[in-house]
Ligand binder design. Sequence first.
Ligand code: NIG
Ligand code: FE
Length: 429
Amino acid sequence: MQGNLIIQNAAELVTCGGFRAKQGKEMSELGIIADGTVVIRDGKITHVGPTSGVLSQLKASGGDLGRFETVDASDKAVLPGFVDSHTHLVFGGFRADEYAWRLKGDSYMDILERGGGILSTVRATRSAAREELVRSGLKRLDSMLAFGVTTVEAKSGYGLDRETEITQLAVMADLNRLHPLDVVPTFMGAHAVPPEFKGREDAYIDFVLAEVVPEVVSRKLAEFCDVFCEKKVFSVAQSRRLLTSAATSGLKAKLHADEIVQLGGAELAAEIGAVSADHLLHASDDGIRAMARVGVVATLLPATAFSLREPYARGRFMIDAGCAVALATDFNPGSCFCESIPLIAALAALYMNLTPAEIVTALTLNGAAALGRADRIGSLDPGKQGDVIILEHASHRFIPYHIGVSSVEKVIKNGNLVFDKDRGGQPRC
Ligand code: NIG
Ligand code: FE
């Protein structure tokens, strides 16, 4: 019965149907089927449609219904699993002390400049045992799974040396193997300038390209290359050099763009055809329009703006300008120690003026597109992975409405039940 499941009678089957990112107005199209059923066979979706039609089709085609487990989703909304397309989930130590300094008025960038912030997590991660990184990573994935996340991206960038960057990525491969969640690895060796290279950013980029990227690529440890393109970190020119060179080795480009100041990160993302540009709190109108034109996914991270007490990215403007917007947590020990999908949804609704339908698209199909996986996950379409969530309410509108609290009752991964609130947590298998 592994991976064979029928979820039937859903009050609202929110298909999010599609195989590429939805841009602008398309983000409102959820393809909702009333009284819907989804069939998963051998871990893949085979049928999606109104319950009566799907069940008679299955019987007529000689489908042996006894081979399937059945879940009744009457009075419930059923959606694709959430895709958290931007996190930094593998790290050592915590930064609760730094959070307290920020409450007293220290800025995030001041703390980084005096050797704290990301660099404090770099020290803790360099000295952490690999087993400890795996153990804490598994715990974090459990928490994400309970929020309905079925695929998560994870970035390195707390090593900033060859050995620890590789270890972080190897830990992600372990996590991917050991946990039901799919973990998509991103190499972010250019997350900050390590103390050994202070004031020599170009030399550090040279080092990353010559000493680390080749091993990452040859061992297939990452799919993407990301960079903190920011004033006093890596310039637009340095980011361009890193990302275009890494792309020739097969790593697709992502950027932390225009997070703290307007630097031209959005424009760079459009110029080089990055898969996504993330944060974008201060992105220019021209940069946003350029991203819409070439189809760079704008990944917005509202809990980071909330946690840093910065203005929110202009999500409404971006969608109206025709962008494909994704929403993600940015879970990390510094700027955003938060993996709560429902909080992200509420902030996007209240402070970015996104509608519940746009929020669902941003957390599913567009998140998948931000990971180059819109052909495989992010919607309930035949042929896609059987990654599904069942809410405890009849409408997707509860996702942003129940503020900070998860409405997810069950999580199905590749057709197997991996989390069930009714049974007090996850039957992880
Ligand atoms: O997305 N800004 C750069 N990187 C992360 C924060 C990482 C950290 O503070 O540890 C971000 O905000
Ligand atoms: Fe980030």
